[in-house]
Structures are given as C-alpha cells and as structure tokens.
Design a protein around this ligand. Sequence first.
Ligand SMILES: [Zn+2]
Length: 446
Amino acid sequence: MVYPELPHDVNSPTHPVSAMDYMPVEPLRALQLHRLQWTVKYAYERVPLFRKRCDERGVRPEHVKTLADIKLLPFSKKVDLRDEYPMGLRGAPMDEIVRFHCSSGTTGKPICIPNTMQDIEVWKNGAMRCLTMYGIRAGDVIQVAYGYGLFTGGLGLHYGGEGLGCAVLPISGGNTERQIMLMRDLGVTAIAATPSYFLRIMDEAKKQGVDFRRDTKLRHGIFGAEPWTDEMRETIERETGIIAHDIYGLTEIAGPGVAGACPHRTGLHIWEDHFYPEIIDPDTLEPLPDGELGELVFTTISRCGTPMIRYRTRDLTRLHTEKCPCGRTMRVMDRVSARSDDMLIIHGVNVFPGQIEAGLLRVPEVAPHYQIVLESTDTLDRFEIKVEVTPEAFSDDIRHLEDLRKRVLDAVKSIIGLTPKISLVEPNTLPRSEGKIKRVIDNRRK
Ligand SMILES: [Zn+2]
C-alpha cells in the first residue's frame, strides 16, 4: 500500500522542531493538494458511505483538481460515525489497525475511530510540534492530567511528550491531592489538563498552602478539550505565574495536537500538512473566506484508519492568513470559545456560555467557578447565574455583596444584553471537575 510521504525527520527526537511549520506557502498548498487527492481516492475506494455520497452528487476523485474543489465533496458529521458504528467508516484493513479511540455522546452509542500506526505517528507529530512551539524540551517534566483511555487527551500528550524526550508523568485525572504532591516531588514543569480541572488543582493547592511560584517548578499549562476564554487564561496566569498554552484537537480527526498557540498568541497554528481546514457558513454550508466567523471543518489528508473528509466539528472560529511574527506559515485559527452545540437560546437571544464567562471574569472579586441554570416557568424562563466570590472578597457585609452583585450583572449584561438573576455564592461551593466540566444546567421543557 502506498501512503502519502511523511516528513520523517521531524518525528526524530533529535530533530524535534518541525521544519514543516515554516514551509513556504506555495509548496505547502501543493503538498496539501497531493495529499487531498490521495485521501479522496483512498476513501472513495474503501469507505462505502463516502463513495455513495460522491456518486449521488456525480463527483469522482479525479474531479478534485485544485484545493478549492474540496467544496464538491460531501460533508461528514458526528451522526455518520454514530450511524456507521462501530467501524463503517474504517479505511484501512484490520491488520493495519493498531488502536481504537472512542468518544461518548450524551445519548446513544459512542463513536469509534480505528487508528493505524501511521495515524498515531501523525497525531504524535502534531502534539510534538505543539509542545516544541510552547518552548517545552527534553528535560521538562510533563504531568499529563488529562484522562487516559478511550478519550484521546491523555495518550496524545503522552506520546508527544515522550517523542520530544521529556519525562512524562501519566497521572491522568483525579486524586487531586496526589497531583500536587507529585508535581512538587518530581519537579514538574508542565501540566496538561482541561482548564476546569486545573482550576480544581489550583483550589487544592490553595487548601494545602502551596504557592505555585514558590513551591513548584511549574511553568507551562497545556489546556484544551473544552471551550475557554481569554479571561480564564488571564485568571490562571495571574494566580499561578505559569504560561497557559492553548491546544486543540478532536478524536474524530486525531486528538490533541491538531493545532496549538504560538508565543505570539495570534491564534492557534493548524498543522495544515495533515489537517486541512475550512470555515463554512453553518446554515448555507458554503465556504467562507479567511477572516470570517463560521463552523470549522477538517479533512484529514494523511490518515488512513478513518479518513475524515469535510468533517463538521461544530466549533465556531475564524481562520487567519496574516503572517505570524513567529514565522510559521501554517494558518492560525482563533481559540474556540464557542461550539455551535453549546449555544443557548434564552428569552429569544442567542447566548454562548463563553460570553458569560468573559463577563464574569472581568470582575476581579469573582472566582472562575460558575454555573448557568435555566428553568421553565409559566411566564418567562428563569435564567440564573451562580458564581463564586473569591475568599478575599467574601464577607458578611450585605451592602458590599449587593454592590458586587450589581457590578457582576452589569459586566454580563453588557455582553449578552440580557438581565439574568445573579447569585453570589460562597467560595468552594459549586461543583468542580476532574475532566470536562458541565457548567450549564438546562432544565427547561423542550
Ligand atoms: Zn505564530
């Protein structure tokens, strides 16, 4: 079997900084086209659902003559993976599959992604390039506090870290007291976790009297797997002194390491030599030009186990073509602070939880722990935001709290244009998470 050629040099631990990151745009586009054509042909020959959809549209692999021709191809969605569960979208034969990853849905069957060894290498390559970009090197100690197992978070950073020659601590999520102990005892310099789990670790450190700056060597946080905001990043950096890096990925496309933010914070560089991005209008499904906000769509162009073509991620973002000062030529996307699935319609207005988070965290006395509660009533639905006050700002002074409550309301209202009920709650009373957090409780009648 002929696979598209891979830049083997960058997979070598002795040459961890990827030359591909800086590839001039013209040859990059040529490489993408070559790999796209290869992938389309490969999937057409091996994945019956893809072939059927192409045939229905009268599209054949040879019709893809330019990158723009990608718009001729059918989209794929999570529901396809569910309908074809467990392995209907598998491209490679079973004797080439080395690992499965699954992600659970909130309802029904999970999705299952068979990976070949090459897929694992491509994914590891993406994670290594992200870590390198963050400034992480051999000698760093990485505490991987993402969940290990069917979820891709843990193993993605694990292989990426080992590939660079870092010392990896595969602790997974949970047992937060031990997280702090090992972080100190082993001189951990980087931690990978969901932002919400790192908040839980910050709480535990505070409880134990551990100051990150004074008592640990932690310098880097690698955060992803759930939407978060600039305000959350500022809060984490201010309180711990670490650099909070963004990492992006999804099981359907690979795992963490599809894209990451460089130190210039222009957005997240996408490893376009493996993952071809598009932005579409989620209503008309038409491609949007770079710079416009829409739904992120990925085509894997060097994966074989489960080749995904025009996969709709449901993540809302923009692509940018402006040159990044870091010199990388790979396009950047804005941090994903919203998923179209997360959009709430409250009193007829579209609201994203990230907008509420941004408003809340602009008030310094507010802790980064909140819950959005929606309930049906006979008249207007009840819309409440419960938010913790920092221990320093918490007091029994009713007037002080009332003033704070008004400021929180103004901050949220200025962003979403609605007037929720704001309930200030005592420190450490809202639920914490050891993985992905659920911040929206929507009990409205559907
Ligand atoms: Zn950059």
